[in-house]
Ligand binder design. Structure first.
Ligand code: 3H9
Length: 696
């Protein structure tokens, strides 16, 4: 026995307790400890039955993910579970917290399962690009049927104790003191001489011949590019194809091994840790005091302000929205209600919940009514003069200690902060549209923003269901700054001879949810056009040249919302279709500029659109705008749908090889001379040293 697993007897019941904080992950020491404790319990003549449970906050939450990719150490988890299942003494799992992955698989190796009502169990391996590889794909179908097991394993969602009891996984749900009741339950089982119930002895058949292929088809779109969901299906299918349990286990091992060495799983495991790492800010202690946020003020009831408000309302935090005119307030409130009601219609919330959220919403036309809020988020027109006026007012009315945040996507947060006498309380909170849906929140640290404000806003991001990433001040911050470079290359590629549909297809096939031009149509071509028009007026010498996108915008082809932009859209259909108008405008532009078109290959499109992003990402790191490569990864995954199975922009670049990317960037710079191709010094250095961003 070792420190992480203990064996103790309570009357006639032996109790094996796993103690490996924080989540009792099943690392090598735990696996060995379980076998040792099992041996002790087996040898203990006074123990009539055994309970296995987790100490601290949870039953094991799975295999130790940090061990994957390292040389395997015996005993393996499948072996441990096989030995538990082979125990000649009744074995009962007593579950609280989150019994996930290998943790749930342990419970499936037991004869009986008792769970606290607050406990959850599930097989989330699919989210790590894996499958339940310790018998889960063979035992769960035997307990609940092949179809239900396949669906649960591919969804990878933790399920509640009551639901698990209905499904036939959990035998007894208890509340209050888990251990006392598990001991009681074990004694009752002993008293009635309850039989051993190894799950492997149960039979399983596919409900019908087509369940596997039908299910595969049904997830094809959602799971595009992922490997694990399809391997999960194959493993469950194997359980139904032979009555030989060992043969099924062997097939599961083979499929698991394939996934473990796949680039998709490496990427997804990187994302798992990156998601947790982004919340940790180097230099800011996690014990830093956080301010209480109990009421929020929002300036602006437009689409953005309304979307931002919904995040807080949904999290149970009261919001007071300020506008200049009653009409704008009424419109904004109506839009929020409409959005909630649409969600309720889809069955994702009840009408009671809608009313609860709406009851937390309050409006005002007067700045003085914001004197008591703990946080204000400004979401007004993107104009420095206007923002400064707003912050001047906020400085005047807000209480001491209130956090003053701007939702600007382009403007200098430091300059905004200077319009107050408390720049240490000012921060950027850049929500992505639609703000009530998109998970990313770029929190922008100004030069003077205090650690306390940063810590509060980062914690608040999690509380409202966002993934907060801390970034520095620059035009476009991390996400849009990189996006702009890609959009520019996409347009250049079309100028040179590609079609918008070709460019979009290449990036869609790479795994992005849509291509750059479909994205421009979704955001609205008028947005960029108005900004360019403004620049042409204010600073003609440095203004961007007029191109075919401007010509389309001038014709009110603003994208999906006007039925046509770069692409045409049929009424009520978001499928982009090539447009003759666009083709003619592109042709006209090329003629005016005297551009001789050429065949542009798909490879060139991919390289130019993505390598320019990598170069910009490296510059962003160099300048300290992003703290770590993983911050850039998370921004692009949650803000723009960069495929999770590629691990994010910088992780993907490492897989391609920075030397290869650097050589191409240098070549593009020599050919095109564009500033965006000037190689980042950091990229050059890493490429020269044969290193990747992951080595930073
Ligand atoms: C598996 O089981 C494979 C088997 O089928 C087959 C094997 C042969 N390992 O998330 P938190 C760390 S695959 C190592 O912030 P929460 C985590 O990184 C596994 N470390 O807490 C963090 O570390 P740090 C299947 C792990 O309360 C700390 O614990 N299981 C693991 O918000 C706290 O985590 C899963 O996929 C792990 N398995 O959420 C479950 N889990 O403090 C993955 C966590 O240094 N885990 N850590 O940043 C989770 O979903 C959540 O962590 C959980 C707790 C819901 C448990």
């Amino acid at each position: 026995m070792n420190d992480v697993v203990s064996y103790k007897r309570d009357g006639e019941i032996g109790v094996i307790t796993i103690n490996n904080p924080p989540v009792n992950a099943l690392g090598h020491a735990v696996r060995q400890g379980i076998l040792d404790a099992l041996a002790q319990g087996t040898a203990d003549d006074d123990a009539k039955a055994l309970i296995i449970t987790g100490g601290g906050r949870t039953f094991p939450a799975g295999a130790d993910i940090r061990e994957f990719g390292k040389p395997p150490q015996e005993p393996s988890l499948p072996d441990v579970i096989n030995q538990l299942e082979a125990s000649k003494k009744l074995l009962i799992a007593a579950v609280h917290g989150t019994a996930l992955g290998g943790g749930m698989e342990i419970t499936l190796g037991c004869d009986y399962r008792v769970a606290l009502d607050s406990a959850k169990m599930g097989l989330p391996e699919v989210h790590l690009g894996l499958l339940p590889g310790a018998g889960g794909t063979q035992r769960l179908p035997r307990l609940i049927g092949a179809k239900a097991a396949m669906e649960a394993i591919v969804a990878g969602k933790p399920m509640k104790a009551a639901q698990l009891q209905k499904m036939g996984v959990v035998d007894k749900v208890v509340s209050g003191d888990l251990m006392a009741q598990a001991l009681d339950y074990a004694r009752q089982l002993v008293a009635k001489d309850a039989p051993l119930r190894p799950v492997r002895d149960l039979e399983v058949k596919a409900e019908s011949a087509d369940i596997f292929s039908d299910f595969e088809k049904s997830i094809a779109r959602k799971s595009r590019g992922f490997l694990a969901p399809f391997h999960c299906i194959k493993a469950v299918q194997a359980a139904t194809e032979s009555s030989d349990f060992e043969a099924g286990l062997k097939r599961e091992r083979e499929l698991f091994a394939e996934l473990l060495k796949s680039p998709e799983s490496a990427a997804q495991r990187h994302v798992f840790f990156a998601e947790r790492e982004v919340a940790k800010i180097p230099g800011i202690d996690k014990k830093t005091a956080k301010r209480d946020i109990e009421q929020v003020g929002i300036i602006g009831a437009g689409t953005m302000g309304g979307g931002i408000a919904m995040n807080f309302l949904s999290a149970g935090i009261p919001v007071r929205v300020l506008e200049m005119k009653q009409e704008a307030l009424d419109k904004g409130v109506a839009l929020i209600r409409k959005n909630y009601e649409a969600t309720a219609k889809k069955g994702r919330m009840t009408s009671d919940q809608v009313e609860k959220c709406m009851a937390l919403l309050d409006t005002t036309l007067a700045y003085d009514d914001l004197s008591e809020v703990d946080l204000v988020i400004e979401a007004v027109f993107e104009n420095m003069k206007v923002k400064k006026e707003v912050f001047g007012e906020l400085d005047r009315v807000c209480k001491k200690g209130a956090i003053l945040a701007t939702n600007t996507s382009t403007l200098d947060v430091n300059e905004i902060a200077q319009s107050t006498k408390r720049p240490e309380d000012v921060i950027g909170m850049h929500f992505f549209s639609p703000a009530n849906v998109m998970k990313l929140l770029e929190n922008v640290r100004g030069d003077k923003t205090s650690d306390e404000v940063i810590a509060t806003v980062m914690a608040l991001s999690k509380r409202i269901g966002k993934v907060g990433v801390l970034v520095g001040v620059c035009n476009g911050f991390v996400g849009n700054r990189i996006l702009h470079k890609r959009q520019h290359q996409a347009t250049q590629l079309v100028n040179e001879g590609a079609t918008p549909a070709q460019v979009d297809k290449v990036l869609f096939d790479f795994g992005l949810p849509m291509g750059p031009f479909a994205m421009a149509d979704l955001a609205g071509l008028d947005v960029g056009w108005r900004i360019r028009e403004g620049l042409r007026e204010d600073d003609p010498a440095n203004a961007p040249e007029y191109n075919w996108l401007d010509a389309l915008a001038e014709q009110k082809r603003w994208g999906q919302k006007t039925g046509g932009g770069v692409f045409d859209y049929a009424e009520g259909d978001r499928t982009p279709r090539p447009s003759d108008v666009t083709a003619a405008e592109i042709e006209k532009y090329r003629k005016e500029k005297g551009i001789e078109t050429r065949d542009v290959s798909d490879d060139e499109i991919l390289e130019r659109c993505l390598y320019v992003m990598v170069n910009e990402g490296a510059k962003i790191l160099e300048e300290g705008i992003a703290m770590r490569p993983l911050d850039v990864d998370i921004v692009w995954i949650y803000g723009y749908g960069f495929p999770v199975y590629r691990g994010g922009l910088m992780f993907w670049a490492d897989q391609v090889g920075l030397d290869k990317i650097y050589a191409k960037i240098k070549q593009f710079h020599e050919e095109a001379g564009e500033d965006e191709w000037k190689p980042s010094a950091l990229l050059e250095k890493l490429a020269g040293q044969g290193k990747g961003f992951g080595d930073l």
